[in-house]
Design a binder for this molecule. Structure first.
Ligand SMILES: [Zn+2]
Ligand SMILES: [Zn+2]
Length: 276
């Protein structure tokens, strides 16, 4: 059996799936990482691109650093890469629907850590699940990505809110989760301040169906993606697979994109059901 090339981590509602490509068979499938017994390469190569629902591997299988896709594959489905990293327009310059569509500016809670962020409105709930948020509220919906980004920065400044949650904070929120009441109380304080700035945040929505039972028994240690992973799966929240092997380990599944997975055991290739 050849090594499987990990392409992406996607979610179907609360079910995570690690999309892999088998170059021998040309098949794209959903890798069963729940049986934690596999090797991950240290090297990372371009994950290729998608054309009208068909997967196209990178023609040059390029080694990529600081990302998982090479410029040439990225440009096959993204007209203007610069606009993706830092939005410059509302679709009028780059011509991308990506920039023109309606965006939501949200407040997300990861335990007691609150952050502000933006995403395409149609992907909002999925984005919150990908990030492993405990609850969220929509502050505003705005047409265009640049307009949304401007508002996101303004709100972060007004309320001194963060735009990122650190890995260790996500793991701490699994080890000592906040109760719904605690998050409600944190939200009530922020909602009042948002209203003072003329915003009207939606009610708080909780996300509680992650495939993991919390709290964790102890704080997991981060493990490097490259190397051998073996143990008993505890669950997944956001990008983290938690597994037990002596202590608790946290593997960031997003870091597998681009790497090769070799697998000692026979696994049935599972069909992909996690497409958005
Ligand atoms: Zn490529
Ligand atoms: Zn643009």
């Amino acid at each position: 059996m050849s090594d499987l090339h990990a392409i992406s981590l996607d979610w179907q509602d609360f079910r995570p799936c690690l999309v892999v490509y088998d170059k021998d068979t040309g098949e794209v499938s959903d890798f069963d990482f729940w049986a934690v017994d596999f090797n991950v390469s240290h090297e990372s190569r371009c994950v290729g691109s998608w054309h009208g629902g068909e997967y196209v591997p990178c023609p040059d299988s390029l080694i990529v650093k600081g990302g998982s896709v090479c410029d040439s594959c990225a440009s096959a489905f993204i007209a203007d890469l610069d606009c993706v990293f830092e939005p410059r327009c509302n679709g009028e310059e780059c011509g991308m629907q990506f920039c023109a569509q309606e965006h939501a500016i949200y407040l997300a809670f990861h335990g007691h850590v609150a952050k502000v962020g933006l995403t395409a409105s149609r992907r909002l709930k999925q984005r919150m699940i990908e990030q492993g948020a405990d609850a969220y509220s929509v502050i505003a919906k705005v047409k265009g990505r640049k307009a949304a980004r401007t508002m996101e920065i303004a709100i972060a400044d007004e309320l001194s809110l963060r735009q990122r949650v650190r890995e260790i904070e996500s793991l701490a929120a699994m080890t000592e989760p906040s109760s719904d009441e605690e998050i409600e109380a944190d939200f009530a304080g922020l909602a009042e301040r948002l209203e003072n700035f003329g915003h009207s945040p939606s009610e708080l929505r909780f996300l509680e169906n992650y495939p993991i039972r919390l709290p964790l028994k102890r704080m997991p240690g981060m493990v490097k993606p490259g190397g051998r992973h073996r143990g008993k799966a505890i669950g997944v929240k956001g990008k983290f697979l938690i597994y037990e092997n002596g202590g608790l380990n946290a593997l960031n599944l997003q870091y597998l994109a681009g790497r090769f997975i070799s697998d000692g055991r026979e696994r049935a290739a599972r069909p992909l059901e996690c497409w958005q």
